[in-house]
Design a protein around this ligand. Sequence first.
Ligand SMILES: Cc1cc2nc3c(=O)[nH]c(=O)nc-3n(C[C@H](O)[C@H](O)[C@H](O)COP(=O)(O)O)c2cc1C
Length: 364
Amino acid sequence: MTQSDSLLDRLEIDCPIISAPMAGVSTPEMAAAVSNAGALGSIAVGATNAAGAEKMLADFRGLSSRSLNVNVFCHRPAHANVERESRWIERLRPEFERFGATPPASLKEIYRSFVEDDEMLELLVAAKPKVVSFHFGLPPLDRVCRLVDAGILLFGTATNLVEAKTLVAAGVNAIVAQGAEAGGHRGMFDPDSPDDTLSTKDLTQLLVRELDVPIIAAGGMMTGGDIEEVLRLGSSAAQLGTAFVSCDESLADAGFKKALLSSSAGSTLFTRAISGRPARCISNRFTSVVEGVSPVDVPDYPIAYDLGKALHAAAKAKDEFGFGAQWSGTGGSRARAMPAAKLVATLREELAQARFIGENPARS
Ligand SMILES: Cc1cc2nc3c(=O)[nH]c(=O)nc-3n(C[C@H](O)[C@H](O)[C@H](O)COP(=O)(O)O)c2cc1C
């Protein structure tokens, strides 16, 4: 049995596709549609509390009895710096004023990291989803052990070999190899460390060669043909985020979906000014306003995001969607709008075709 087959076996799914957990975008309805179609659906609870997560889990369970991946953020809790935050508010004040709004007087740490969220841990241990996945690092080992003892499989995001080895040493069962093409936040443990920005293919091959756990490639994949390529490089499955943003079940707002389905999606960049951590976003009004800002001037994640979300709300109230966190991978210009179940069926069909062509080159 290949490593991919044995991962699919353990996940109780029959195709090597995972819809990425996407805080604020993926929904229990999307996850259920994906899981019911034989892939692995995910929900992201990093931007909510235990009560919010409990509701999402119940909503999923109302729609599917299949496997589910629940994703948590394991960032270092933010260091507040009132002076830096005040300067940041002043820096963006003119943008608020353009929309007849006033920025908040101070900023809050809007999300609690899983590394210190006891209620979330208890909820997950009791709910026992098939998988819990970590983004931005690892929780303390006693928390990892609680999840393992509950029989939950663990995934962790790595953007380089050192992070991947750290995850494996902590007992994580599979690594999500997040390449630089990926949409959304870089899963790097320390946002201030140098970033090698390895591509999905290079990182996948490196981790497959160096590690003895299943590798799940993530970043820039939009079609079954893309998935076939990373499977050929030794990955056990593929995790796709941007491809699912334009699905019917996505919570992305109309402005985000419109940008993704327009020529704007062809231009993405890394910015940390929206949330406080590097993330790949469609180039929009927000990214141009903060272009060239020094990382040291941006408040810690997720304190900066408090202001970013307030600015988006002020702009959106005046029908300007260009201040949204329009996270997208480099493949965004190939996004397709359809129900999630249809997207999984399409990806499966394209993957089967690509495999057939790979195995029968003369007939292509
Ligand atoms: C809108 C959006 C939100 C995301 N939110 C999360 C998240 O909450 N947790 C997480 O682990 N990854 C998140 N990601 C990253 C994905 O897990 C994955 O690495 C990425 O989507 C893969 O690249 P692709 O978008 O090119 O498919 C997000 C990605 C996008 C596009």
